[in-house]
Design a protein around this ligand. Structure first.
Ligand code: TNX
Length: 457
């Protein structure tokens, strides 16, 4: 992956023309870039690659308006495009979104819908957090109890873990290997790379519930949230077990990059993470872990670090010669509350408004020389402890994910007109897509969750 510096230029022409046949030419240019020319003579896409052509089509949809985002057009008038030339290409090659399908399972249909939503926003990485204390979502043929036992829990904490509430309702689900191959392929066709993550050696209680020999204290699939003390043991047999699990994972996912987690593992010294990372490298893949793995070093060359506890993990990793993805919780944790209003559901984390996300600059200012080239890009993270349905996912994700998409695609300079464009042009597109986003004025009455306690920071 190489980074591209870039300006976008937009030259408006005279009037509008009827939308007709679009011609594509492949030309040399920046990765994923395109030039779109709409003129009375027709519409031409000059694309650097297939992703660039795909993004040009997304831009044509934007030019047409909300009707182009419905699954069937309802506009009986001729579709008009403004005469214009647009030269466009992304600032960062990694424009991601992580979805935690472990805390609350996201059914396949809804996950495919998210692939569509990411691709509309020209986002190109879907990081799937497939396992955690509360559920294991990846079918492993060799160890069927990972899903038959680890895929289900008896109840869930309702709201913050410091509150007493419980749902009392069992929860679960998992994807078969064929489901995941299908999701990968569907996403690939939309220029979204699915990167799977199996989290080790912390956040592993669901696996321990299925195979108690992996742990120290046994226990059920966890029904609480937070950092779990019951981590994997360091036996050679446990490392072997996970080598086999990762072998099945890489058989399903052609992605070069494979997530190994590595976060919040009380008592672990890094050797477990290093052994799994080395195993993936031997298999020709690049390990990808949360910034705790920086302290687990020395990590194999090619390891990628996700900087979530602020930017320091990313800065250190970049200086150590690793590629990094920025996702500091302060700016891009989309599970965090969107306002300080009393009725903001469910009030966890710090306040992260759509303006906060749009105002964020992903490149750490302290990187110098060749170091900024190590920053592949950024991702927004959707942790789902408190997002137990696609409607709740929509509310948390949008419109902040639209702001994020613009941050990772567009030049560093911010556009003071962003919020106006969002309200006038983008929210109507999300309406046409059927996305139940958070209105800029605050939650709709049925989007509030009275009585479900959070833990505002
Ligand atoms: C921290 S970010 C976690 C997750 C939680 C999240 C809640 C990271 C690597 N670990 O396990 O879901 O906070 O915001």
């Amino acid at each position: 992956m190489t980074l591209v510096p870039r300006p976008v230029s937009f030259a408006a022409g005279e009037g509008t023309v009827e939308h007709g046949v679009v011609e594509t030419l492949f030309v040399d240019g920046p990765p994923q870039g395109y030039r779109l020319t709409v003129s009375p003579g027709g519409t031409v896409i000059e694309a650097s690659d297939e992703a660039g052509e795909f993004y040009a089509y997304q831009t044509i949809r934007q030019l047409i308006g909300p009707d182009a985002f419905r699954v069937a057009s309802i506009d009986r008038t001729p579709t008009m495009l403004p005469v214009c030339t647009i030269e466009d290409y992304p600032r960062f090659p990694w424009r991601g979104c992580m979805i935690d399908v472990a805390r609350h399972f996201v059914p396949k249909h809804d996950l495919l819908r998210y692939v569509d939503l990411l691709s509309v926003h020209k986002l190109n990485v879907l990081h799937l957090h497939l396992t955690d204390d509360q559920g294991w979502r990846f079918e492993v043929k060799r160890y069927p109890k990972l899903t038959s036992v680890g895929g289900w829990r008896s109840s869930s904490r309702y709201g913050d873990r410091r509150s007493g509430g419980r749902t009392g309702r069992p929860h679960g689900g998992f994807y078969t290997q064929d489901d995941l191959r299908e999701i990968f392929e569907y996403a690939r066709q939309r220029h979204v790379l699915v990167i799977p993550e199996i989290d080790v050696p912390g956040h592993s209680q669901a696996a321990i519930a299925a195979y108690p020999a992996l742990g120290v204290h046994g226990g059920d699939v966890w029904t609480d949230w937070g950092v779990n003390e019951r981590v994997l043991n360091t036996e050679e047999s446990t490392v072997d077990f996970y080598r086999n699990v990762f072998d099945e994972l890489i058989d399903v996912f052609p992605s070069e990059v494979i997530g190994i987690g590595g976060d919040e593992a009380p008592g672990h010294d890094g050797s477990f993470v290093r052994q799994i990372a080395q195993h993936l490298v031997r298999r020709g893949r690049r390990p990808y872990g949360w910034d705790e793995i920086v302290a687990a070093g020395p990590l194999p060359a090619g390891t990628i670090v996700a900087s979530w506890r602020g930017i320091s993990g990313g800065v250190t990793a970049a200086r150590d010669g690793h590629d990094v993805v920025m996702c500091p919780e302060e700016f891009v944790y989309l599970d965090y509350r969107q306002s300080s209003r009393e009725d903001e559901p469910i009030p966890v984390g710090t306040v992260t408004t759509v303006e906060d996300v749009y105002g964020w600059e992903p490149m750490p200012a302290s990187l110098t020389g060749a170091e900024p080239g190590r920053v592949l890009g950024a991702q927004a993270n959707l942790w789902t402890e408190h997002l137990d349905s696609p409607r709740r996912l929509d509310y948390a994700a949008f419109p902040r994910l639209a702001a994020f998409a613009e941050v990772v695609w567009s030049p560093r300079e911010k556009d003071p007109g962003f919020l106006d464009r969002l309200a006038a042009h983008h929210l109507p597109r999300l309406d046409a897509l059927g996305v139940e986003y958070r209105p800029l004025a605050g939650p709709l009455p049925w989007q509030t969750m009275p009585g479900v306690p959070g833990f505002p920071r």
